[in-house]
Design a protein around this ligand. Sequence first.
Ligand code: CP
Ligand code: NVA
Length: 306
Amino acid sequence: MIRHFLNLTDAGPDGLAAMLDDAMTRKAARAGWPKGRIDADAPLAGHVLAMIFEKNSTRTRVSFDMAIRQLGGTSIVMDAGSMQLGRGESIADTARVLSGYVDAIMIRTDDHAKVEEMAAHAGVPVINGLTDASHPCQIMADLQTILESGKALPGLKIAWLGDGNNVLASIIEAAGLMHFDVVAACPQGYQPTEADVALGRGRARVVGTAAEAVEGADVVVTDTWISMGQAHAETKLAAMMPFQVDEALMARAKPDATFLHCLPAHRGEEVTEAVIDGPQSLIWAEAENRLHAQKAVLRWCFGQIG
Ligand code: CP
Ligand code: NVA
């Protein structure tokens, strides 16, 4: 069975726990090393990861590239627009062809059905590097960051503010698997779908006000109000404004609450400068952990852990 990582459920609670443990162990083992030095055991020596981007990326692109290199492998990074994919070659044919050249494929795209089609026709593991529906790699880094801050996942309360988007869907999915609670405050018309809420297996709920969501929260999370591929609509920005994360809102969460944001951020929109650049923000650790968490995802895909 090929191990695809299209959503967090593909790995299950035990797989996720094993990956998080591996990510933290390997991160500690190479502390202070130059970024380009290969891990001592080079567990993916000889392996090639191909990456396909149909949307922009900084973190996912560079962290996956460095992840496979640190594991001893190499990468090929492609923008879909410069591939035959960009002029109509099917995902299925692309998957079959690439499977003869490389050992794993990461794809960032719009319609989630495309990553499923890629996986259905690939002879190698396929990894979801973000779709309109989910962003599982991001949530691996988020969970790692939470654990490293000294918080345990079971029983944790995460507050989500703003758009009911792909990142929220994956946080809810993680909540169902790892037994923590998510309270999302999203304006009418921008709430997560019922199917997304159901991913939380009873651990997720949607409320109408920001204050209600953050009350007693251990972690406060937000994201851009306009995701990639969405129109820049003034009406949406106006609807989101009461859900901005500012210092007054953070003060309603637990005193030791941490702030997370997958980035890129829009200071003055979904979060104020004082919060994102303030003492409770762990965004730089979160961004760095994309590298460490994705090394674990790659190792899981190759059956080395979990
Ligand atoms: N958080 C995240 O996925 O960032 P990029 O869009 O830069 O990859
Ligand atoms: N929700 C955002 C996340 C970017 C990493 C988007 O899809 O654009």
